[in-house]
Design a protein around this ligand. Structure first.
Ligand SMILES: CC/C=C\C/C=C\CCCC/C=C/C(=O)SCCNC(=O)CCNC(=O)[C@H](O)C(C)(C)COP(=O)(O)OP(=O)(O)OC[C@H]1O[C@@H](n2cnc3c(N)ncnc32)[C@H](O)[C@@H]1OP(=O)(O)O
Length: 333
């Protein structure tokens, strides 16, 4: 299904450039997550924050209908909310969830990735990287309460979290399905998966673009807990309490070196400029040999990405995931 929808979105974006405007969700106020008096929700059109100051926790709800895809506007708002919470010493942890049960996030907004100018790709890609880095390196404990389907970038976002609770609904699949869209997951997506589920499981999952239903997701370790749908939020809160009982939980982990396992100079900001590298750069450390050329375009590569072949190829070369050439087993760590 993800494949069909992905293709449909990409094709439509090419033909309906005018339809890419902002989707503004209505604002909302309400009681604090903890039910305390006088504490109001805040946030932005696409991100709702329900603070529970007494517990030191805020529930951050993604609300970018219809599928919480990562549009540039949404990423910007999400990062602003995170920064606000990080700068407010009241909070030590956040629970990341969807305001629209059924869909945690459809991942990157496919309409941001075709039919645009190179500057837009750079801006967009930078925002995607920043989202990843900021969540991954946050000094807040982040628990994902995954209350819906979570492919590709949606899965990546959850992988930045300290713990993942998934609702037990067979429709709520999770994984890095990029290859099914004819896209190669960037190396840092891949590294996050390797760190979470181990090399062999990640290798197979990325090559086949597997989306795991809850039981499988738990078995391979892409999520930490699967609970009945109506217990996702309460479980996330219990887990958070466990984490917050440790005085230096998240910074402590980073001090031990675990939190920076996949960081590299490329991840820290060079990728956008790599996006517009000439296709056959003379200093290419990994020249496009015949075997790899034959891998392009990958079967099922969306037409719009083919049209942007130079950009796409240099991106693929730079943001290495598993298996541009499936037998290469090239690991960029
Ligand atoms: C700058 C970089 C330049 C080039 C990039 C090249 C490579 C970089 C690779 C980076 C790695 C990529 C990571 C990603 O995250 S790619 C996105 C992958 N996502 C998916 O595969 C999910 C696709 N969607 C679905 O499977 C379903 O929509 C979903 C989430 C299961 C929900 O199903 P359902 O409730 O039935 O809803 P619909 O399918 O009817 O969808 C409703 C509506 O939303 C549109 N839509 C769905 N997904 C996306 C999306 N990712 N981006 C944008 N829009 C999306 C869908 O088309 C419908 O639109 P409509 O107008 O018909 O209402």
């Amino acid at each position: 299904m993800a494949l069909a929808v992905g293709m449909r979105v990409l094709t439509r974006a090419l033909h309906r450039p005018w339809a890419r405007g902002l989707r503004v969700a209505p604002g909302r106020t309400g009681p604090a997550a903890g039910g305390g008096d006088g504490v109001r929700c805040f946030g932005s059109p696409r991100v709702l924050v329900e603070p529970d100051p007494a517990a030191g926790v805020a529930v951050v709800k993604m609300r970018n209908p219809p599928v919480n895809s990562f549009s540039l506007e949404f990423l910007t708002e999400l990062l602003i909310s995170l920064e606000k919470l990080e700068n407010d010493k009241t909070f030590r942890g956040i629970i990341l969830t969807s305001d629209h049960p059924g869909i945690f996030s459809a991942g990157l907004d496919l309409t941001e990735m075709c039919g645009r100018k190179p500057e837009h790709y750079m801006e967009y890609w930078k925002a995607v990287q920043e989202m990843w880095l900021r969540f991954y390196l946050s000094n807040l404990v982040v628990i994902a309460a995954i209350n819906g389907v979570s492919p590709a970038g949606g899965c990546l976002l959850s992988l930045t979290c300290d713990y993942r609770v998934l609702a037990n609904n067979p429709k709520y699949t999770i994984g890095l399905n990029e290859t099914r869209l004819g896209i190669v997951a960037p190396f840092w997506f891949k590294d996050m998966m390797v760190n979470t589920v181990g090399y062999r499981t990640a290798e197979r999952a990325l090559q086949l673009g597997l989306l795991f239903p809850p039981a499988e997701a738990l078995r391979v370790g892409v999520v930490d807990q699967v609970v009945p749908e109506d217990q996702v939020q309460s479980t996330a809160r219990s887990v958070m309490a466990q984490w917050l009982a440790i005085p230096v939980c998240r910074p402590g982990v980073q001090n031990q070196g675990l939190g920076r396992a996949v960081l590299s100079p490329e991840a820290l900001g060079e990728a956008p400029s790599c996006l517009i590298q000439p296709l056959a750069a003379p200093d290419d450390p990994w020249p496009l040999d015949a075997s790899r050329q034959s891998a392009f375009p990958p079967r099922g590569l969306p037409a719009c990405l083919c049209l942007q072949a130079p950009l796409f190829l240099s991106l693929v070369r730079t943001l290495v995931g598993f298996g541009v050439h499936p037998k290469s087993k090239r690991i960029s760590s």
